[in-house]
Design a protein around this ligand. Structure first.
Ligand SMILES: *Cc1c(COP(=O)(O)O)cnc(C)c1O
Length: 393
């Protein structure tokens, strides 16, 4: 055997996640591993909770990172809140709403699906109608930022409708946290999960979550045990909870948590509102460049997610060939379509640390070159000027 150390290539990540991780975060992760009950580590955990509350804009006591990726944050919300026999209204407008249905059913619940077109926001009226038709529903679930299509939904309104009908609201904020306005307390969201590898720009593998008091109440009053031992919040809180002495539940991913801590410190330095504004501004610049070339967005303007730009593939273009040119000649990764969107769109991410002027100019230059080489019907040589107008404005 003579296998050598793994040396990944240096890429620029402009897909649907993971996004570029800054040198500061990587350096933090290389610091010495200490015990998960070491007093120094426990104080870092306390800071982590404060930083996450800041990012989520909440005072919820139960705010912490689940020790697994965004999908596990999703599962944590569902296994704790859905009891066998519960009816859950799931709004679906892309891939991730479909996963919510899977979760509900695996918890023994019934999912009532409210379908919207892929590439559109969730329609509040359809949710209202579904709740009227299903007065026994107790939970509403939806995706705030659909990464599969690049559409953002009006979370505040959807939660308001859920509450009007005595339902708790579970929200997927994997791609919105840090990139789009999100106010957990003001919008009264009951349970919400995110990920570290999208707009927080830390490494994949952790899922920040936060639960309201109403959600906690439902979890405490469950008639059945949570089906997952690992994700049972009653047990996890023995380690992450503040009031009691911390006890071993599982070995926390120590160094990954250093990375998230650093990423959240960076977010705090920038300011959450400034981060939202930066994501929006950079989206406008990328958009100007793409549209100047003649490329088009699949999501109507008002429903577009700034950090995930889904654009149609020009007639006759081999979409994989273009992505290969970007990856091989520019070290630049953009995303392919997912699910029903496979082969129909490219997904250009402008998430977290990767959302900056250099990346936008590089991406436009690379697309101009690659699309030229595959003889796509686009306007060449105009994208950079169009984007730069927005940076110098
Ligand atoms: C990425 C993503 C997830 C899943 O997160 P993983 O970290 O890949 O498990 C869930 N929901 C949305 C909206 C996402 O973008």
């Amino acid at each position: 055997m003579s296998i050598k150390s793994f040396q990944p290539p240096q890429r620029i990540l402009m897909g649907p996640g993971p996004s570029d991780v800054s040198a500061r975060v990587l350096a933090a992760m290389a610091r010495p591993t200490i015990g998960h009950l070491d007093p120094a580590f426990v104080s870092m955990m306390d800071e982590m909770k404060i930083l996450l509350k800041y990012a989520f804009k909440t005072d919820n006591e139960l705010t912490m990172p689940v020790s697994a990726p965004g999908s596990a944050g999703m599962e944590t919300c569902f296994v704790n809140l859905v009891e066998p026999g519960n009816k859950v209204i799931v709004c679906q407008n892309g891939v991730f709403g479909g996963r919510m249905k899977e979760n509900v059913e695996r918890c023994g619940g019934t999912a009532v699906m409210v379908q919207d077109d892929w590439g559109r926001a969730v329609d509040p009226q359809k949710l209202e109608d579904a709740l009227k038709a299903n007065p026994d529903a107790r939970i509403v679930a939806f995706v705030h930022a659909e990464t599969s299509t690049g559409a953002i939904s009006d979370a505040r309104t959807l939660v308001e409708i859920a509450h009007k009908h005595n339902c708790l609201a579970i929200v997927d904020a994997v791609t919105s946290l840090g990139g789009s306005p999100l106010k957990v307390d003001e919008w009264k969201i009951d349970a919400i999960y995110s990920g570290t590898q999208k707009c927080l720009s830390s490494t994949p593998g952790l899922s920040p979550v936060t639960f309201s008091e109403n959600a906690m109440e439902k979890i405490k009053n469950r008639k059945t045990k949570v089906q997952s031992w690992f994700m049972d919040l009653n047990l996890v809180m023995g380690y992450w909870g503040g009031a009691t002495k911390r006890a071993y539940h599982h070995t926390a991913p120590i160094n990954a948590l250093y990375g998230l801590h650093e990423a959240l410190v960076i977010l705090q330095e920038e300011g959450i509102e400034s981060s939202w504004a930066r994501h929006h501004k950079n989206h406008l610049a990328l958009r100007a460049g793409l549209e100047a070339m003649g490329l088009t967005f699949i999501v109507p303007e008002k429903e577009r997610l700034p950090q995930l730009n889904a654009i149609g593939i020009p007639e006759g273009v081999d979409e994989a060939a273009v992505r290969n040119i970007l990856l091989n000649d520019y070290q630049l990764e953009i995303g392919a379509g997912l699910g029903a969107m496979a082969g129909k769109v490219w997904r250009i991410g402008l998430m977290g640390h990767a959302s900056n002027q250099r990346n936008i100019l590089l991406c436009l230059t690379a697309l101009d070159d690659a699309l030229g080489r595959v003889k796509a019907p686009i306007k060449r040589g105009v994208a950079i000027d169009a984007a730069n107008k927005l940076f110098t404005a």
